[in-house]
Write a protein that binds this ligand. Structure first.
Ligand SMILES: [Zn+2]
Length: 253
């Protein structure tokens, strides 16, 4: 029973934070305050009332449209709210009811903001990375990787790998992606950071191919890599060690 109550509260917190991360991801790159003014419809400027601000549910009950002017609202924002709630809720099942849960929730928070900013503006804001980097350093001092200095190695490996690829691909990787990987490395350590990049590249390629098949992505036109990094990093963080163990078994047999 306590478990069900805990899961219920965690999911509610996930929905509310997911909604907040949309606001942060949309406003920080635009240089706006994250508390003022109240959220409004970008088309008719109608200020959203409490009933229109309920995560996911408002979107569904309004049929994905503004209540006033009926302009379609992008499904991205309700999806971010839903995914944040789901990830927050399943985290205890994946990392256990341990201190690591704090790191998991912080990582999900960073990645959701990055997702919104990158998919909207093709920007991963420095301000967001500079906010999260010290938090991760403190968390990794009290909730360390094994060995503890893996956070430093992970950060250096993440930064150098992306920097190297940016140089070789002549701008195929943005500065934001490079700095993001320096932060991801702090959380994941060097092995899972490499694995995260491996997964991200596969996911990015798949999204690119599907996008081209659907005519949504043009060859040679830049595509945000952030969303792929977000998905690849979540997979590496939650399942990377299992994946490595499975892979080693596979090789040895
Ligand atoms: Zn409107």
């Amino acid at each position: 029973m306590e478990y069900i109550i805990a899961v219920f509260f965690i999911s509610i917190i996930g929905f509310i934070l997911g909604s907040f991360y949309n606001v942060v991801g949309l406003r920080i790159p635009a240089g706006q305050s994250i508390v003022h003014p109240r959220s409004a419809c970008p088309t008719c400027k109608h200020h959203l009332t409490a009933i229109e601000l309920i995560p996911v549910f408002s979107y569904i009950f309004q049929g994905g449209k503004c209540r006033k002017c009926k302009t379609r609202i992008s499904p991205i924002y309700a999806s971010v709210e839903l995914v944040t709630a789901i990830l927050f809720t399943i985290s205890p099942l994946l990392v256990g009811w341990s201190k690591e849960l704090i790191v998991a929730w912080t990582l999900i928070s960073l990645l959701m903001i990055v997702f919104v900013s990158d998919i909207t503006y093709m920007i991963i804001p420095d301000k967001v990375l500079l906010f999260f980097a010290p938090i991760f350093i403190i968390e990794r001092i009290f909730i360390p990787l094994d060995p503890w200095w893996d956070m430093l190695l992970g950060s250096v490996v993440g930064f150098l790998l992306l920097y190297f690829i940016a140089v070789v691909s002549k701008g195929g990787m943005g500065g934001g992606d490079i700095k993001l990987y320096a932060v991801i490395g702090l959380v994941l350590g060097w092995k899972l950071t490499l694995l995260s990049f491996f997964f991200s590249t596969i996911i990015g390629t798949m999204i690119g191919l599907v996008g081209m098949a659907l005519g949504r992505v043009k060859k040679g036109k830049p595509m945000p890599f952030g969303p792929s990094i977000v998905i690849g990093t979540l997979i590496a963080y939650f399942f990377g060690n299992d994946f490595i163990a499975w892979y080693i078994d596979f090789i040895v047999l």
